[in-house]
Design a protein around this ligand. Structure first.
Ligand code: FHN
Length: 487
């Protein structure tokens, strides 16, 4: 990207009549190295990410060796936190990398699986809280190439395959680091009744006078990651610790933006919204009304992010597809997680679900990718969120009774996608598309994605009446595509 000089930008801002006050605020940002973007520039930078809608999160590290179990005890909670849950000292945890040998890892196969699932970007843990790097870091030996028997750089292999497959490669990076020499566990009283006593590691401490050392280390690793794998997104995490502050976040933001001006990063680089981060990251949650800024829900398919042998609380495929529809109707992205095993295999229940999502998206992807929320998010008595807000054991899951009146909407220009959450054996009425609701706008054509035959339809005052075809084009949810005309 061509870089404008500071003087040029001052002259341009003066020329387009920005008020003195606004101008000086923008100048301040410029001087600080924050991104001085117009809305158009931001839209252009964010375009691929907004259109993508569906991404795959990969939590993979040496924690997949114990897979949630330490010295015969199965620890509750997420497996990538085993070091914290089992309060494992660094030297003991360091025995894991030599045991990590993912001989079954096949980058091409993983990326093909993601592609067939309809995934448009992949975000993989380059370094999680345990501090272990999943690529060949030159400034540390605590990485997959230098410390494991496997000895190969999986980020390199995956980023190459992603490039070939047209999938954006992105990386997760934890600010919190349980292995780095600068940090140490917090001395907290252990509560035997508490399940995880997470504060000891989760709110670890920076040793006096060591922060600069660590900031340099992070920058060096991020520079390696950016220059070697060219990630579209840097997905930060773990910046909640007391020793990481606004200034640190801002400094890191400036650094990565200097290295790659069009980089996108999530909102966990710091703790202050003023940092003008690129998007929000609701975790295991779909905001009821969406958010009024860019956002992405990240979610597990079972309960743990990293591979956990004992975790079989898998969400049904239908829940995952309904999540994707719900999120798209509210203008967000869905980042769905897989936790590969220490042998380099993606667990079969995840593979199965991704395959089914891919089959659904192959027919209905047009109603998801590149769409925006329509003027109405949904109609019908049973909210799609009922299925999404379930927090219990999926063995006891009772699905709400959806009917053909339950519809979610997305849109693209003059096209509206009415996504039916239930099959209709007869005529349906889409109330939101009656002339009473959309005024002068007229329906021009109506079809069902995945069905070639014309559908019978009639636009009335009280709604659009559509006759469903005789056969289903797919499972789970069915999309009626409506072309509108008129102002
Ligand atoms: O502590 C992590 C957790 O292990 C996982 O990586 C998730 C993913 O969003 N983020 C943190 C918790 O917010």
């Amino acid at each position: 990207m061509k870089r404008l000089s500071f003087l040029t930008i001052c002259l341009v801002l003066a020329g387009i009549g920005v008020s003195g006050c606004e101008q000086s605020a923008r100048m301040d940002k410029l001087k600080e190295g924050l991104r001085p973007e117009t809305q158009e520039q931001r839209d252009a930078r964010m375009a691929w990410w907004r259109d993508a809608k569906f991404g795959m999160f990969i939590h993979w590290g040496v924690y997949s060796v114990p897979a949630g179990e330490w010295k015969g005890t199965i620890y509750p909670g997420i497996s990538e936190w085993i070091m914290s849950h089992a309060m494992i000292p660094i030297e003991e945890y360091e025995t894991l990398p030599p045991r990590f040998n993912p001989v079954g890892f096949d980058a091409e196969q993983w990326v093909q699986m993601a592609k067939n699932a309809g995934v448009k970007y992949i975000v993989i843990t380059s370094k999680h809280h345990d501090g272990f790097a999943m690529y060949d870091s030159k400034i540390s030996d605590y990485d997959i190439v230098d410390s494991t028997g496997y000895g190969k750089d999986i980020l390199k292999a995956l980023s190459r395959e992603c490039e070939k497959a047209g999938i954006r490669f992105c990386t997760y990076y934890s600010i919190l680091d349980w292995h780095h020499r600068s940090q140490e566990p917090r001395q907290v009283e252990i509560d035997e009744d508490e399940e995880d006593n997470w504060e000891m590691y989760g709110m670890n401490q920076m040793k006096p006078g060591r922060k600069e050392d660590y900031r340099e280390y992070m920058k060096a690793q991020l520079s390696e990651i950016i220059s070697q794998y060219d990630p579209g997104v840097l997905w930060f995490d773990g910046g909640w610790v007391e020793w990481w502050n606004y200034e640190d976040g801002r400094d890191l933001q400036k650094y990565i933006r200097t290295l790659k001006p069009d980089i996108i990063h999530n909102n966990r680089i710091g703790i202050d919204e003023d940092l003008n981060e690129d998007y929000g990251t609701p975790e295991q949650d779909i905001p009821p009304g969406g958010l009024d800024y860019d956002w992405e829900t990240c979610m597990t398919m079972n309960d743990s992010w990293g591979y956990k042998r004992s975790d079989s609380n898998w969400k049904p495929t239908k829940v995952l597809i309904f999540n994707l529809i719900d999120i798209a109707s509210k203008g967000g992205n869905f980042l769905l997680n897989v936790g590969p095993t220490d042998k380099g295999l993606i667990p079969e229940p995840s593979v199965q679900r991704l395959k089914e999502m891919g089959a659904w998206l192959k027919v209905n992807g047009e109603a998801i990718y590149g769409t925006s929320p329509w003027r109405k998010r949904k109609e019908g008595p049973t909210d799609i969120s009922f299925i999404n807000s379930y927090e219990g054991d999926y063995a006891d899951f009772v699905e709400p009774e959806y009917t053909a009146a339950d519809i979610a909407f997305t849109s693209k220009g003059d096209t509206v996608y009415a996504i039916f959450l239930h099959w209709a054996n007869e005529k349906v009425l889409v109330k939101s598309l009656g002339t009473q609701s959309i005024g002068d706008r007229r329906v021009e054509s109506v079809s069902m994605l995945g069905i070639d035959d014309d559908l019978k339809w009639e636009q009335r005052r009280d709604g659009l009446v559509v006759s469903f075809p005789g056969k289903k084009p797919c499972k789970y949810a069915y999309v009626i595509k409506i072309q509108l005309r008129g102002e």
